[in-house]
Design a protein around this ligand. Structure first.
Ligand code: FAD
Length: 374
């Protein structure tokens, strides 16, 4: 079967591997240039915590070893109180049950390599989808190029162009819910070539209404992410205000951030959104169009499950294809059963923001440590 996947991100690449294993011919259309030929986006590196759900999806294709080779296991949370006191909270009594820190760009490159190496998979870069006719499967790209396929899968992320077309059709419901919070990346570099904090933990500075987290990188730096209300992010508009705020609220991290002001002023603010869509597929005329990953169910990052869930989508769609004898319209219909699970994870992710920024800090208090929320 000829299948078109729009978006060669994490989920599109993994799905291409799954479909190629079944003998399908897959063309992946990606709007960006080949990421293997350019550097990372500054301030948008995004470290992911890959957990069992995602590892399972990789393992089924024998990709887990290669991917986890570049990952750093984090066996628990390291809580940073405002007075600098540290408390480690293991995720499990079994220390081997860690979540794994990996850069999104590195993971994307690995999966792109894996997809490109499959016979029957072609990746086309610089192809931004701008139009789709769901009845014929005809696709139009910004470049003027056109293509057609009987099966079109949108793996083009939270702001999916494929989903945007489906949203225009009667019977397709869609909602988006933005938080009043943004995120911004900062960095804690290595000191004398070594980690300056414990690399075996996900670091959290819970501060009541807001928080900062940090995940380790293989180059012995940490990528920090602020999750702050938009008004707080905007209020720090001078180098003096930035330094004073961090010295007051994040004193232990402040001393480890030589590039704080440049990072703060140079790095963009990202938005946090939950998107829901139903159904995830439309069959009209000769073609069928479906959605996977963030295109189907974008969630806020506080449960660390967006990519993990997208990977699990690939496993579930593969299972549906088994059940449907590789009849895509039928398989995509079966795949709708997954929505109940992704709705739950979307809710858990929102709830976990309160847990991470506030309640984990309260436990420090219960443990007898002094806690002052900012
Ligand atoms: P994307 O990764 O967004 O990929 C979509 C691809 O489609 C991109 O390559 C894009 O260029 C391409 N594309 C878009 N539009 C078009 C178009 N019109 N035409 C052609 N191509 C197009 N998840 C976790 O599991 N664990 C974590 O710890 C975690 N932390 C996160 C932290 C932050 C700050 C954020 C923002 C997200 C985090 N996530 C995490 C979520 C994770 O990044 C996403 O769930 C995941 O990237 C979704 O993969 P995807 O392939 O569906 O979409």
């Amino acid at each position: 079967m000829e299948v078109t996947i729009v978006g060669a991100g994490l989920v599109g690449c993994l799905l291409a591997c799954y479909l190629a294993r079944r003998g399908h011919h897959v063309t992946l259309y990606e709007r960006r240039p080949d990421p293997r030929e350019r550097g990372p986006d500054r301030g948008r590196s995004i470290n992911l915590a890959i957990s069992q759900r995602g590892i399972d999806a990789l393992r089924r294709l024998g990709l887990d070893g290669k991917v986890l080779h570049a990952a750093l296991p984090m066996a628990g949370r390291m809580m940073h109180a405002p007075d600098g006191a540290l408390t480690f909270q293991p995720y499990s009594a079994d220390r081997s049950q860690a979540i794994n820190s990996i850069g999104r760009a590195d993971l994307n490159r690995e999966l792109l390599e894996a997809a490109s190496a499959q016979p029957g998979v072609e990746v086309r870069f610089g192809c931004r989808l701008t139009g789709l006719d769901e009845r014929t499967g005809r696709l139009r790209f910004e470049s003027g190029e056109e293509a057609a396929a009987g099966v079109v899968i949108g793996a083009d992320g939270a702001h999916s162009a494929v989903r945007a077309r489906l949203q225009q059709l009667p019977g397709v419901s869609f909602s988006q819910e933005y938080l009043d919070y943004g995120y911004k990346e900062l960095s804690i570099p290595a000191g004398n070539g070594e980690f300056v904090m414990d690399p075996g933990a996900l670091h959290i500075w819970p501060r009541g209404r807001s928080m900062m987290i940090a995940l380790p990188n293989p180059d012995r730096s940490f990528t920090c992410t602020l999750f702050w209300p938009h008004d707080t992010l905007a209020a720090l508009d001078t180098p003096q205000r930035i330094r004073a705020y961090f010295a007051e609220h994040y004193p232990d991290a402040f001393g480890l951030m030589p590039d704080l002001v440049a990072d703060y002023r140079g790095n963009p603010v990202g938005h946090l959104v939950t998107m829901r869509c139903s159904p995830w597929h439309v069959r009209a005329g000769d073609a069928v169009v479906g959605l996977v990953g963030d295109a189907a169910h974008a969630i806020v990052p506080f449960y660390g499950q967006g990519a993990n869930c997208g990977f699990e989508d690939c496993v579930e769609l593969d299972r549906c294809l088994d059940e449907a004898g590789d009849d895509f319209p039928r398989a995509l219909e079966l795949f709708e059963r997954r929505k109940a699970d992704t709705d739950v994870i979307a809710r858990l992710a929102l709830d976990n923001f309160v847990e991470m920024r506030d309640k984990v800090g309260s436990r420090l208090f219960l443990a007898g440590k002094r806690v002052e929320h900012a």
